[in-house]
Design a protein around this ligand. Structure first.
Ligand code: PGA
Length: 255
């Protein structure tokens, strides 16, 4: 039997304190299904606010959008994964295409973060994806393989820890553009990723790893995307900023 779908909100650099409180108040008015796992990754500065408004017994988990791979050190402006763990963050997005593009994050740098998060028993949400030019020149699988291979070269975790990795396939051309990969396009890539994982780690582990899709997921396309055999959830940017849309995506993801 398949596990619950996992729907993660990536708020990016949106929603300060008052918007976070407003969002959660609105969300608390709707009953969320218990068979969908939900997480919100807000900006660092509202993690505490979010934890307070959600409350201790919330079904919604918290995550962060980035972290460093060291516990402490002279890294001005960075955030330690230990601090995030202390805040009860369960997930941390790593390797988002915006971080690769604007902050020059390399695959091995991303791999070090994955290793660190696994050591801390946290769940890295490891983003990979090709640009439009790469897709058009039929380099999609080559690009994904390089991203996976170079990042996993930094990971020495055992199988029990590896199962905490969530892979997010986010075609760069679909992020924030309103253009979604068709369910068939997304499924093709997810199945390829699953096969790559089978080759590296064997089929048991690969079946239990979640591979989620991101890129213009909305209430009206969530159902069809989530019904694909290898799509285990969604990483939602723009549509996760509106409580009504986020809630509809969660409901439409139910299997
Ligand atoms: P989007 O963003 O849903 O706005 O396309 C997804 C993401 O960047 O994680």
């Amino acid at each position: 039997m398949r596990s619950h779908p996992l729907i993660i909100a990536n708020w990016k650099m949106h929603h300060g304190m008052s918007d976070t409180i407003k969002f959660c108040t609105e969300l608390s008015r709707s009953a969320l299904p218990t068979d969908v796992d939900v997480a919100i990754c807000p900006p660092f500065t509202v993690l505490y606010t979010l934890s307070v408004v959600l409350g201790d017994d919330s079904l919604i988990a918290m995550g962060a959008q980035n972290c460093h791979f060291e516990d402490h050190g002279a890294y001005t402006g960075e955030v330690s994964p230990l601090f995030l763990k202390e805040m009860s963050c369960r997930y941390v997005i790593v390797g988002h295409s915006e971080r690769r593009q604007y902050f020059a994050e390399s695959n091995s740098f991303i791999g070090k973060k994955i290793q660190k998060l696994l050591e801390l028993d946290m769940q890295p949400v490891f983003c990979i994806g090709e640009t439009l030019t790469e897709r058009q020149s039929e380099q999609t699988f080559g690009v994904l393989e390089k991203q996976l291979k170079e990042a996993f070269a930094e990971v020495q975790a055992d199988k029990a820890q590896l199962k905490n990795i969530v892979i997010a396939y986010e075609p760069v051309w679909a992020i924030g553009t309103g253009v979604t990969a068709t369910p068939a396009q997304a499924q093709e890539v997810h199945a390829w990723i699953r096969q790559w994982l089978v080759k590296q780690f064997g089929s048991d582990l690969s079946q239990s790893l979640k591979i989620i899709y991101g890129g213009s997921v909305k209430p009206d396309n969530a159902k069809e995307l989530m019904s694909q055999a290898d799509i285990d959830g969604a990483l939602v940017g723009g549509a996760s900023l509106r409580s009504k849309d986020f809630c509809a995506i969660i409901h439409n993801s139910k299997r």
